[in-house]
Design a binder for this molecule. Structure first.
Ligand code: GAP
Length: 439
């Protein structure tokens, strides 16, 4: 059992780099601070997190549809949403060492956490977190555009488009997964807070009188999603915002929090955003964003319940929750006990030797499994070390082809968690694994 502190943090960061989950971006140029690249294993984990979210939030529901809106957007969108005026953090500078900090994150308001000196911090000033760039060849104010700091506004500005084309009516939702960008003053804690990250957001449009009930519904549903994917109960909580923490337009917000090595921190926010966003965009664009109910003859602006999660942050939390070490035969085995659905590879095919007579059947077995699952293939090193490599990246099953395979047309299947091994005929292998892998 690893203590949930800096030890765990360092081990997960180290594993991420060593096994190809996450690399520092532009590393060969010295690294680009706070941006990360997802390697061959990490991209699979991240994709599985996003796929599970999409499956739960869109595929298994009749009342949510998808969207993929643009990342670049004109100032009018951010003027209306309030981001141009308000999407800022209070920033202070240290007069001694020049470090910049977010004032609201300082433990001691009078001391610079970088150099430790007291009385050296400037007064706070608001720093807008949006990245600005220019569209087209002219670098002037008329060409200014912004990289979206959240995916949510794409759903609001497309509300009428989706309503008119999808045959949905409130209560219904629009879901989106995509990159967002924030010029964070103090990014950090590995991929927890970065300047470029991925979000999984859904805007659920409801009749105003039903908004409280739907808010509670989504708080429960989102907690269930994390639990179902194996997040331990004692490291997960829902924290309701008190009235001081609430945005001025919100009548209720709760954060899904995970117990990270540095303490409880946010994975997702669930907010009752009322009719704020639709009204703002309606006023600014001049386009009515409302729903006309032909049954009752009523016309209203729906209220919005928004579950907004971070994909990259959530992938990191699942990694931390799954990391385990145990003693096996006087050795320490590192194992990622990831839920099968999140595991980067579901199966690894491992020929016992590199001899040509073993490679052909191994490729045949691999070909049998690949249409069903993401598979790894590894033919070098001692088999024990190859098992350990698969344990470290969370592969639920290893399939070993040995010399007996040539006679009995069977393989050895090894379970990641119990390390138990079973002999399974090749012609029953797909069924054997399908009955064990959580779909
Ligand atoms: N539309 C609402 C919204 O964007 P948010 O709480 O600012 O709400 C939602 O962001 C989620 O996006 C957060 O709970 C977090 O998981 C993720 N997120 C926000 N900023 C992030 C950052 N700088 N790096 C990584 N993830 C971030």
């Amino acid at each position: 059992m690893i203590p949930n502190d800096k030890t765990l943090f360092d081990k997960v960061v180290n594993l991420s780099k060593r096994r190809g989950f996450v690399f520092q971006s532009a590393e060969i140029y010295g690294g680009f601070r706070s941006t990360y690249d997802y390697g061959p294993i990490g991209v699979l984990l991240l994709r599985n997190v996003k796929d599970q979210w999409w499956r739960t939030m869109v595929q298994l529901r009749h009342d949510v549809v998808g969207l993929d809106a643009s990342i670049l957007s004109p100032p009018a969108v951010w003027q209306a949403s309030g981001h141009l005026a308000n999407f800022s953090d209070p920033m202070v500078d240290c007069r001694e060492c020049g470090a910049r900090h977010r004032q609201d994150k300082l433990e001691d308001q009078d001391t610079c956490p970088s150099c430790g000196r007291s009385g050296t911090l400037t007064d706070a000033r608001q720093f807008n977190l949006m990245f600005k760039t220019h569209a087209g060849p002219m670098v002037d104010s008329a060409a200014e555009v912004y990289l979206r700091p959240e995916t949510a506004q794409g759903m609001f500005v497309n509300f009428a488009n989706v309503l008119n084309t999808s045959r949905k009516k409130p209560p219904f939702g629009i879901a989106q997964i995509g990159k967002s960008f924030r010029n964070e003053i103090t990014p950090g804690n590995f991929v927890f807070r970065t300047r470029e990250f991925e979000q999984m957001e859904m805007e659920f449009f409801v009749p105003p009188d039903d908004s409280d009930g739907w808010y509670r519904y989504w708080c429960d549903a989102r907690m269930d999603w994390y639990r179902d994917l194996g997040m331990p109960e004692d490291r997960l909580r829902l924290r309701e915002h008190d009235s001081e923490e609430l945005s001025h337009y919100s009548t209720g917000t709760a954060d899904v929090e995970f117990l990270f090595p540095w303490g409880w921190d946010e994975l997702e926010g669930i907010a009752n955003r009322t009719d704020f966003d639709l009204n703002r965009h309606s006023e600014s664009s001049g386009v009515k964003l409302e729903y006309y109910d032909p049954a009752s003859g009523e016309r209203y602006v729906p209220h919005v319940i928004e579950p907004a999660a971070g994909a990259t942050r959530t992938a990191m939390a699942f990694l931390m929750a799954a990391y385990d070490e145990e003693e096996v035969n006087d050795d320490v085995r590192t194992v990622l006990r990831l839920d099968h659905r999140l595991a980067p590879y579901k199966v690894a095919v491992l020929p016992l030797s590199k001899k040509p007579e073993m490679i052909d059947p191994s490729n045949e077995v691999l070909g049998l499994l690949q249409p069903h699952w993401m598979c790894d293939y590894d033919q070098t090193q001692a088999i024990g070390r190859r098992y350990r490599r698969q344990d470290e990246i969370g592969t639920p099953y290893c399939v070993t082809i040995d010399f007996d395979t040539l006679d009995d047309l069977a393989v050895t299947v090894r379970d990641r968690d119990s390390m138990a091994q079973e002999r399974v005929p090749i012609d029953g292998l797909v069924d054997h694994l399908a009955s064990r892998l959580t779909a």
